[in-house]
Design a protein around this ligand. Structure first.
Ligand code: ADP
Ligand code: ZN
Ligand code: ZN
Length: 803
């Protein structure tokens, strides 16, 4: 028997199946989708078994060295998805498989076997290992006799043994010492009489077990009874208590309790859009729905109710939420409804925590996965729905290999399981809305907020006029008046500083010199706290300059408005205001993002000041004012989606105001008030925005009318980069049809990054059936050079970023 294996060497030359002989003792054990260790050249490496066959065309095969799983980590469906992903994104197979699994599975994890039943029930060959203790190291058994793997696998299948993994997590225990009473309550009461009165601590412990009965973590027991390890130990020695190791999931929400919530009575409007989704669930047909609902229209409640139906059909659900909206508020809504059936996956978790959540899904202990992009790969096998909230979010596209979009993966899985995919947004992406318009997706619209609450009124302020009127402050007089008013009324507000593509750069006023990072062609950002200059692309940091390196002038100043400067300014003009600042600097520490939001929710501040990260998901009743300080900074980025992104951001942030009883107001400050992406925010008019924008896309040949593929070439030497990009461009021009529009080679918007020069070539096309094959040829042609690492060629089909 032969196993065909994808090995863990991500390179063009090893991106194929390798055959290995399966030792006969493992014939019954090995399955597709398991991880194995195989000899590869002089080394032993990990790989995935993707096929098992009778024979191979290769002579003199090597044998598989080790099997790492007893149940496959990749299901049949995920293996198929991996193939598809590889083709769609032109990535390596190994990368496609690895992206579906938690990173902890890449490292070698120590495995243990736990005996769940009486030892006598185990196969006789295994019994000796478990004589002394119920938990035995995997290797202890398998190294003794590799053929025991068959018995282990059977025992796991029958529920006699359980595989446990110990991911080493710094500072975190994966097991707790549990203490349990061996005596019944009556026996304990008898014992009380016998214990000497001065053994106070032991008495307290016995009392505890009389009252509570159940097992309890050692630390907690000591804390609750104010006793000591010593007294617990004495009771263990007397045979009263027993100590057990118990594996605990590193549940990041373990200390929080969730108030159970009940389904709300849906409004007529909500009911209307829910029906087609429920039908699709019931009829087991795949459909993609676009749920276009203004902010606060009750989309999340709809998600909860359709998931409820999915669960009652015995199926599973995946909910994707942008990383930044995965706030405790959001998680609470799902845990509140579905309790411990929910696993949460996001990047704030440690390696071990992520792995634990993944395992709950893999073992079918939960049936709802809520998470950021990669949760779309949750290894469910009976999926009933996939929901993508805020589907327009750029973060659903992964910008490393494999460069996939979660939306495409969701639709693949929806097809596979014949279940609906729901894309929800107040500002759908142009591509998605266009597909809904032509009927490829089914459009469901929620035009009103729940309870007919009005959408906030939006005022657009022309900052050029403010300047003409002599207002040099960063707050227009209108915004300032409103801010004062809210402070008086004890209402809360949100101030957004739109900083993407814009920062506090440092410039010489005399000669115009701008301080740039020497490794990247990116201007430094000034950091006030430690008076330094920092490159936000490579992390390089320098002291702030006092004289201009170019003309020696001392008039070096920083420009632009950072959140710190706004905070300072607020301190001057509104000293009574309490401000919480949220930006990359204040949210770097794990959990700080959530803590700041919690504080704000509890009314510990009047103003929440922040960057993009505050625009989404917040649902605080007391927010009645949203101020956007600089609406147009994103408009001028070299990206055809810049208008779309501006409209989305402004609409999203406006949606934070007046979500409950109090009406909301929004003030948008801008230097380009006439731009349609800003003007139309005032009317909350997505549809008109769509109609304007789609014409522009059509006129200049962008998605959804054309597809785009972006090829980025980088190398330390500029001539090399230009030469390679030139050759690639020529090759594409020869190979593709005349319909394809090949742009380039040109320097990338970021022309140098981490000491590498960057050039690009863009292909705009409608229908190029050979494109995938041609791009593969290019990858192959340069595979030797790219494997060495000095040359990099990255290909992005449908890129979201053009930097
Ligand atoms: P969205 O996700 O579209 O922004 P939400 O689901 O957050 O909207 O709903 C906005 C608010 O309205 C929430 O506080 C939610 O609890 C409430 N809500 C939603 N549906 C109903 C309903 N049918 N009845 C009463 N309140 C509702
Ligand atoms: Zn100068
Ligand atoms: Zn840099």
């Amino acid at each position: 028997m032969i196993a065909r294996v994808i090995v863990d060497v991500p390179s063009g030359q090893t991106d194929r199946l390798f055959d290995y002989k399966i030792p006969s003792k493992w014939y019954d054990v090995l399955e597709k989708g398991m991880r194995v260790v195989v000899p590869f050249g002089p080394r032993s490496i990990q790989g995935f078994v993707v096929e098992i066959t009778e024979s191979s065309t290769v002579e003199k095969l090597k044998e598989i060295k080790e099997i790492l799983d007893v149940t496959p980590v990749l299901t049949e469906e995920l293996l198929e998805l991996g193939n598809w992903l590889t083709e769609q994104t032109l990535s390596y197979k190994i990368s496609a498989y690895q992206v579906m699994l938690p990173a902890a599975l890449k490292t070698k994890v120590e495995k243990q076997l736990l005996c769940l039943q009486e030892i006598q029930l185990l196969p006789i060959s295994l019994q000796p290992f478990f004589n002394k203790q119920p938990l035995v190291k995997w290797n202890e058994i398998v190294d003794t006799d590799p053929s025991l793997l068959t018995s282990i696998k059977d025992a796991v299948k029958c529920g006699l043994l359980e595989v446990q993994y110990a991911v080493k997590d710094k500072g975190k225990k994966q097991t707790h010492r549990m203490i349990e009473s061996l005596l019944s309550k009556d026996q304990l009461k008898d014992l009380l009489v016998g214990l000497p009165q001065r053994a106070e601590k032991q008495l307290a412990i016995v009392h505890y077990f009389i009252e509570n009965g159940e097992q309890v973590p050692l630390i907690r027991l000591i804390e609750l009874t104010q006793s000591s390890r010593q007294s617990v130990k004495s009771l263990i020695d007397k045979g009263v208590l027993v100590e057990k190791e118990k594996e605990f999931y590193r549940d990041p929400f373990i200390n929080e309790t969730f108030a159970q919530t009940k389904p709300l009575q849906l409004t007529d409007q909500q009911q209307q859009v829910t029906i087609p989704i429920l039908d699709s669930i019931e009829e087991n047909v795949h459909k993609t729905f676009l749920l276009h609902g203004v902010t606060g229209s009750g989309k999340t409640e709809i998600y909860l109710q359709v998931i409820d139906r999915v669960l009652s059909e015995g199926k599973e659900a995946i909910v994707l939420v942008p990383e930044i909206s995965l706030t405790p508020q959001m998680v609470d809504r799902f845990k509140g409804r579905f309790g411990s059936q929910v696993a949460v996956l996001h990047s704030g978790l440690s390696l071990g925590e992520k792995y634990d959540e993944w395992r709950k899904i893999h073992r079918k202990e939960v049936r709802v996965a809520v998470g950021a992009r990669s949760a779309v790969f949750a290894p469910f096998e009976n999926l009933g729905i996939i929901i993508i909230d805020e589907e327009h979010e750029g973060s659903y596209k992964q910008d490393e290999m494999p460069k996939y979009h979660a939306r495409d993966v969701a639709i693949f899985r929806g097809h596979y399981y014949c279940c609906p995919v729901v894309l929800g947004s107040a500002t759908p992406s142009l591509e998605t809305y266009a597909r809904a318009k032509v009927g490829r997706y089914e459009l469901l619209t929620l035009g009103e907020r729940v309870n007919q609450g009005p959408l906030p009124t939006v005022e657009i302020v022309d900052m050029r006029e403010e300047l003409r009127d002599g207002n040099r402050s960063m707050f227009s007089s209108s915004l300032f008046e409103k801010m004062k008013d809210r402070i008086d009324k004890k209402e809360q507000m949100v101030l957004l500083l739109n900083r993407r593509g814009f920062s506090t750069f440092v410039m010489c006023r005399d000669c115009g010199y701008v301080a740039n990072c020497e490794h990247c062609d990116i201007s430094f950002t000034y950091h006030k706290t430690n008076h330094s200059l920092k490159c936000h692309y490579c992390g390089h940091e320098e002291r702030m300059i006092t004289t201009c390196p170019s003309c020696s002038s001392e008039h070096v100043r920083f420009f632009g408005t950072g959140t710190q400067r706004v905070e300072e300014e607020l301190g001057k003009v509104l000293p009574e205001a309490r401000v919480i600042r949220m930006d990359v600097d204040t949210t770097r520490r794990k959990g700080s993002h959530q803590k700041l939001l919690k504080d704000f929710g509890e009314g510990k501040a009047d103003i929440l000041l922040g960057t993009q990260m505050i625009a989404k998901g917040l649902d605080f009743p007391n927010i009645t004012l949203v101020g956007v300080l600089t609406a147009d900074t994103m408009l001028h980025l070299p990206d055809f989606r810049s208008s779309e992104r501006t409209f989305q951001l402004l609409t999203q942030v406006s949606g934070r105001a007046g979500r409950h009883k109090l009406p909301g107001e929004v003030v948008v400050q801008t230097y380009t008030p006439e731009h349609y992406s800003i003007e139309l925010v005032k009317e909350h008019d997505f549809v008109t925005f769509f109609q304007r924008e789609i014409l522009i896309r059509k006129g200049s040949g962008y998605p959804p009318y054309y597809h785009i593929a972006l090829i980025n070439v980088s190398h330390q030497e500029l001539p090399k980069v230009i030469h390679v990009t030139e050759k690639i461009t020529q090759f594409l021009k020869q190979q593709l049809t005349n319909e394809a529009n090949i742009l380039g080679p040109v320097a990338s918007p970021i022309a140098r990054l981490k000491n590498r020069y960057r050039y690009q070539c863009m292909i705009k096309y409608k229908n190029e059936p050979m494109l995938g094959k041609i791009l593969r040829e290019i990858q192959q042609h340069y595979s030797r050079e790219t494997a060495r690492g000095d040359l990099q060629i990255s290909i992005d089909m449908n890129p979201q970023m053009f930097m």
